[in-house]
Design a protein around this ligand. Structure first.
Ligand code: NAP
Length: 457
């Protein structure tokens, strides 16, 4: 009779694919539960922490303190980091099943939703994901070029990612130079000619997706004035009803900030113009972005379910740069079902589904499970829900045939993959912090995998 899974004799073996917040919360939940679980976390990069390292804005360092929680999980004796391993390329999901009783996909949402308008792919029109990953030193994006030589940039969308992009474009080099922003980005930004950044929302100020802290920051920039048209703050009865909702304090705070920003005197050399009720319909230019055509919208529908409908009234804005920031979408993992429309792995409470059937032993957490929404903390209960499902299923899991992490390492070695463990990562981490000290930054990231591997020695 084989030992039951989750016992000291036969720990439950779980692979987590992706080392961002949702992956770490899943690991923490598995490692602190009553059962004995061995957690191996794989990431295609040698550096862990996913969106905390490559998504959180460099001028928001406090958000990154959450890494301490993840480091605690990583220090657990039953945790291994298997970095620099691309699941789907270096090792297939089918192969992982040989070594693990369950696999949790925590691979986030790596790409952007499309706008679906003409001119979207003209040079000078970028996704927010690329820009964010570029200024955060992501190895996939370090070579991207952003031409900041025109005076006007337009950001489509009003979520917190747009806020980050707008702030980074509008801050002075002095405001950024002591952050962990990538050096190549700092250099490009120091030569920026951008004077005006438009932040365009398709709905109104009450429906805006940004949160109070983020919008407030636009009133605190050193050399950039926020511009809000008071006319945009005149509300329809339905929007007023949404604003008066006692359950939603964020809307009220956002609105109060916008009212304040709309009355500010302007004296600074840059401006960020926050406009509502407009949708992009076309981006034009000969060989590169020169203009964006916006259509004025009206809101229709009941409070809390209002949609933007075009009025037919159009306006043309000259600009040299467009950022599309209308939400993230996941990418498929080879061998795992994927819902193209929603950009996620179909699942029920984290259990991966195919044709209404549960796929035994496969689970999802975070953005690839629920879509790209919520803040970092949202992932904790989300991951706990998936772990609960996994532990409920333990009796039905098919025990893997080779319950050994060493075998995984040997397999990867035989394929010529240089695996990066957590102690290796700590060497990279220390080297980055040392590099940062030389230039007065908390860290200077290595922006290529090659350099990270060199730092390990
Ligand atoms: P988001 O919050 O979903 O915002 C997307 C924005 O794009 C919304 O303004 C949305 O407008 C607009 N949009 C969508 N489709 C559009 C279209 N076809 N045309 C025009 N506008 C369109 O997404 P996000 O900014 O990418 O952020 C993703 C998640 O990360 C969010 O939960 C966010 O709060 C979080 N995040 C948090 C922080 C932080 O805490 N500091 C920083 C960055 C990101 P509608 O509302 O009309 O759909």
């Amino acid at each position: 009779m084989p030992n039951p899974l989750g016992t000291p004799e036969r720990p439950l073996r779980v692979a987590i694919v992706g080392s961002g917040p949702s992956g770490f919360y899943a690991a923490e939940s598995l490692l602190t539960g009553a059962l004995i679980v061995k957690v191996d976390m794989l990431d295609r990069l040698p550096a862990p922490y996913g969106l905390v390292r490559y998504g959180v804005a460099p001028d928001h360092p406090k958000i990154k303190n959450v890494i301490k929680v993840y480091e605690k999980a990583a220090s657990h004796e039953r945790f291994s980091f298997i970095g620099n391993v691309h699941v789907g390329k270096d090792i297939s999901v089918e192969n992982l099943k040989k070594y693990y009783d369950a696999i949790i996909f925590a691979c986030g949402a790596e790409t952007d939703k499309k706008l679906g308008i003409s001119g979207e792919d003209l040079p000078g029109s970028h996704t927010a994901t690329e820009f964010v990953a570029w200024y955060n030193g992501h190895p996939d994006h370090r070579h991207k070029k952003f031409d900041l030589s025109s005076e006007i940039a337009v950001i489509i969308g009003q979520g917190n990612v747009s806020m980050d992009v707008g702030r980074i474009l509008c801050k002075t080099v002095d405001e950024l130079k002591e952050t962990d922003i990538a050096q190549h980005a700092l250099e490009t930004l120091s030569e920026s000619k951008i004077k005006t950044v438009y932040l365009i929302g398709r709905r109104g100020p009450v429906q805006a997706a940004f949160t109070p802290v983020e919008i407030r920051e636009f009133g605190e920039l050193k050399d950039c004035d926020p511009v809000v048209d008071p006319k945009d703050l005149e509300l329809s009865p339905a929007s007023q009803k949404e604003l008066d909702d006692p359950q939603n304090n964020s809307r009220k705070k956002n609105f109060e900030t916008l009212q304040k920003l709309s009355t500010l005197q302007r004296s600074k050399s840059r401006k960020i113009v926050i406009q509502f009720y407009k949708s992009p319909v076309e981006i034009t230019g000969s060989g590169k972005v020169e203009k964006i055509i916006l259509e004025k919208n009206e809101l229709t529908g009941e409070a809390d379910n209002q949609k933007a409908i075009g009025t037919g009234k159009k306006e043309t804005l000259s600009c040299g740069l467009v950022f599309r920031s209308v939400g993230y979408s996941g990418k498929p993992v080879a061998g795992v079902p994927f819902d193209e429309k929603k950009g996620l792995i179909p699942n029920q409470k984290g259990r991966v589904m195919q044709d209404q059937q549960v796929l035994k032993g496969l689970y999802a957490v975070g953005w690839i499970k629920r879509g790209a929404n919520g803040v970092i903390g949202t992932n904790k209960p989300d991951s706990e829900e998936t772990v609960k499902s996994l532990l409920e299923d333990i009796g039905q899991l098919e025990p893997c045939s080779e319950p050994s992490t060493e075998n995984v390492f040997n397999f990867l070695k035989s394929k010529g993959v240089r695996v990066v463990g957590f102690n290796d990562w700590k060497k990279i981490d220390t080297a980055e912090i040392e590099r940062g000290k030389l230039v007065g930054k908390p860290r200077e990231k290595f922006t290529s995998v090659e350099d990270m591997l060199k730092a390990i020695g």
